[in-house]
Design a protein around this ligand. Structure first.
Ligand code: G3I
Length: 318
């Protein structure tokens, strides 16, 4: 059996979002399968500095030390976000907010100096289909130019990291246009953000042509691509009732969907640097709690015991 990182060694890194619990349970699997790791929550601002000056690096250290021991490079997620970032960060106006963001970045750079890629500001585009910037707390506190300022700061503090503009719903043309516009605006005075991060929270009926169109538009606009948070829900967005979808029929659809989108990813191996799954096994996926409360879901390549599913073979055998 070929591992994911063996199958994709000539294409791009294959990553996973992990946390201390998933590493404790599936450390061997993670160590053998993946060539990039992301902290699912542990490097977010609220995990690192919940109160001013009170640093809690514990969770991030566990993941970082695991990655080091196993010689797996890490992505950073995320320096600034409208969620999981404490509101005190933004108090007292533009200069105060920027000073706190800078000291947070310096703390991260000091403790985790070799992160290969950073999601600098996460989810910057509004949900209203206009592609406009989200009126986030950072936008309100710092002003409409906040992305330029924060990304420039990140470029100075993390000179060796690939900087990413990461967002969801990238298959929507309006949202995608907004992401590309925002990234170009950040780069108005120099090459700062090289990469658009497509989160890839899709479902098992995802259309590979939509994925192809999305990646080729981003590449034509001059950006590199990472798929940063891939998972395929077994439910459509509006389906909220629990139902056992760990059946042969749904497993086959999952495999078909994963097989077809990875075929598209391979077509774009020259612009994609990494494809990261948002979780290791079905049991640890955030989709068991979203958007329908505690409803089981089966969106990943490994089952709740860490066994590879049909989808795993659809991705690794080509
Ligand atoms: O740590 C507390 C724990 O102490 C408490 O007992 C428990 C009770 O609910 O909550 C725990 O915190 C949860 C945290 O995950 C850690 O498990 C939060 O409630 C929960 O909201 C949080 O969810 C995370 C979510 O981001 C927050 O927005 C998910 O795990 C994480 O997978 C998800 O990841 C995001 C990416 O960062 C950005 N893109 C979307 C993606 C999916 O939402």
């Amino acid at each position: 059996m070929k591992t994911l990182k063996e199958a994709y060694s000539r294409y791009f890194r294959i990553g996973a979002a992990v946390n201390p619990r998933s590493l404790e349970r599936f450390g061997d699997l993670v160590g053998s399968q993946f060539s990039s790791l992301t902290c699912e929550n542990e490097m977010k601002f609220a995990s690192i500095e919940p109160k001013p000056g009170e640093y809690t690096f514990g969770g991030a250290d566990i993941v970082y030390d695991f990655a080091k021991r196993n010689d797996i490079p890490m992505r950073g997620h995320t320096l600034l976000w409208h969620a999981q970032t404490p509101m005190w960060v933004y108090e007292g106006g533009r200069d105060a907010a920027l000073a706190r963001i800078k000291s947070h970045m310096l703390a991260m750079a000091g403790r985790y100096p070799d992160i290969w890629s950073w999601d600098v500001v996460n989810e910057t585009i509004a949900d209203d289909k206009t592609g406009a910037l989200r009126r986030s707390p950072a936008y309100e506190a710092i002003g409409p130019d906040y992305l330029r300022v924060v990304y420039r700061m990140a470029a100075e503090i993390f000179p060796n990291a690939q900087l990413v503009l990461n967002d969801y719903n990238e298959l929507s043309p309006e949202k995608r246009a907004g992401m590309i516009r925002a990234a170009k605006d950040i780069n108005a005075e120099g090459n700062i953000v090289s990469t658009i991060g497509m989160q890839g929270h899709w479902n098992i009926w995802v259309d590979p042509d939509d994925v192809r169109r999305c990646i080729s538009e981003i590449a034509e606009a001059g950006f590199r691509v990472q798929v940063t948070e891939l998972d395929l829900s077994c439910f459509k967005w509006d389906e909220r009732e629990p139902e056992d979808r760990d059946t042969p029929e749904y497993r086959a659809q999952l495999a078909k969907a994963y097989g077809s989108i990875f075929a598209v990813f391979r077509e774009f191996a020259d612009v994609i640097d990494a494809v990261t799954f948002w979780g290791v096994d079905d049991g640890s996926s955030w989709l068991n709690g979203f958007p329908a409360g505690r409803r089981p879901n089966w969106p990943l390549l490994f089952d709740r015991e860490g066994k590879p599913k049909e989808a795993y073979y659809a991705v690794t055998e080509f």
